[in-house]
Design a protein around this ligand. Structure first.
Ligand SMILES: Cc1ncc(COP(=O)(O)O)c(C=O)c1O
Length: 404
């Protein structure tokens, strides 16, 4: 059989869209400059689909830092991996600053969040160890779990009884260690991991905890340190991870934890050892962005204002938002795939509102999730325009809004 045979047929991830050479629902092209309004298919739309939580994408101060760094270092510096020739004092200083921000002893930078999670999990977990992972965790955590090559068990999403059951079984069956793996804020649904109970359980069963807080860092907690700060359990998280691709509006990521553990990851995370070091442009940009996150709580306050206005407005219109407890605003609409596509088209073309639709298997069959990301830069007028669009959507499509 030809190994390419699958490429000519439907099947695989989003195969229907691939075969249709779709550029509307998958791989749409938006105008280059990320903001709250962007052009799509010649229409100016209000964008609710980019994770620019604090509105820092396009921030003039940060842009200048990127331009200055490009002028000084070019796009190539430093050359080589951190282990050999790509380490700099700036990388080390940024790691120290990130560790301090998260009240941890040390941190390690990664070039992408995805690579950070893969590298961290596969460095720490060996064949005799077990990962116990929330079933709804992001793909990078699932892939990292497989790559690690240890045993693994899924627990039902945020189900603490099931987590305890899995911990008990793993403790019985395995002589190695146990790492619990979860998101802090779940990226699709916006609900939070029950970190206080997870911490109690990990203590009770002698496990360790890795939290991917991609959607919580800069957003959650009094000072933006993330979901563990929100719950008051920062010191109980063994490994804290975030990407820079969301509230930091950059590229890269970091894992923070105990000094010896981070040093072990440094020497064993293959996605970092065998990859070029994070470019200086991003080191400089993330460094400056962290200052803004720490010193400008107004951005976080505005983000939450926008999120609360949007969420309460949608609820008043009768839409179901599930149990989000973060700015992520998932609107669940009962609709079969064909209607779901019409809903997305209607919002984009008739109302100038750009949202992304998420379908089965992320949500049950017959439901579409319109995943909306409020940011600190959205204006009240944009919120009003969006709510009015959802009101017309509800009335024009006569949607039954109750989602069980
Ligand atoms: C929870 C979570 N972890 C990790 C990642 C990967 O981050 P990056 O885009 O920096 O590779 C994402 C991005 O979608 C994410 O949502």
């Amino acid at each position: 059989m030809d190994v390419f045979e699958k490429c000519f047929k439907e099947g695989g991830y989003l195969g229907m869209f691939r075969m249709a050479k779709d550029k509307y629902f998958t791989r749409p092209i938006l105008s280059l400059y990320p903001g709250t309004e962007m052009e799509f298919n010649g229409i100016n739309t209000v964008i609710w689909s980019i994770n620019n939580y604090l509105g820092l994408a396009g921030n003039e101060e940060i842009k200048k830092i990127a331009v200055d760094a490009a002028a000084e270092f070019g796009a190539s510096a430093p050359m080589g991996s951190r282990m050999l020739t790509g380490n700099t004092l700036s990388h080390e200083a940024l790691e120290k600053k990130l560790a301090d921000f998260e009240n941890k002893e040390s941190a390690i930078l990664f070039n992408y969040g995805y690579l950070g999670v893969l590298g961290t999990l596969s460095a720490i977990v060996h064949r005799s160890d077990t990962i116990i992972i929330d079933k709804l965790s992001h793909a990078c955590m699932i892939d990292g779990t497989f790559l690690a090559g240890g045993k693994y068990r899924f627990y039902k999403h945020n189900d603490m009884n099931d987590l305890e059951k899995q911990l008990k079984t793993a403790n019985k069956l395995s002589r190695g260690g146990i790492l619990i793996v979860t998101e802090g804020v779940f990226g699709m649904r916006g609900d939070l991991a029950n970190l206080p109970v997870i911490c109690d359980l990990k203590d009770k069963y002698g496990a360790r905890l890795f939290v991917d807080d991609a959607h919580g860092c800069g957003v959650m907690g009094q000072t933006g340190k993330g979901t563990p700060e929100h719950f008051g359990v920062m010191d109980r998280i063994d490994l804290y991870f975030s990407t820079f691709a969301k509230s930091f509006a950059a590229i890269g990521g970091f894992t923070a934890g105990h000094d010896d553990v981070i040093r072990y990851i440094r020497y064993n995370a293959r996605t970092q050892i065998f990859a070029k070091s994070l470019p200086m442009i991003y080191v400089e940009v993330v460094n400056a962005t962290l200052d803004i996150i720490q010193n400008n709580s107004g951005l976080r306050k505005r983000l939450w204002e926008v999120a609360n206005k949007l969420q309460s407005g949608l609820k008043e219109l009768g839409f179901t938002l599930g149990d989000t407890a973060s700015p992520i605003t998932p609107v669940y609409v009962p609709a079969e795939p064909e209607i779901a596509k019409e809903v997305v088209k209607y919002l984009r073309e008739k109302r100038g509102i750009f949202v992304s639709g998420v379908m089965y298997p992320v949500v049950p069959k017959g439901v579409i999730l319109l995943r909306m990301i409020p940011t600190a830069s959205h204006t009240d007028e944009q919120i009003e325009k969006t709510l009015s669009a959802f009101k017309s959507l509800r009335d024009d499509f006569k949607l039954p809004l109750d989602v069980a």
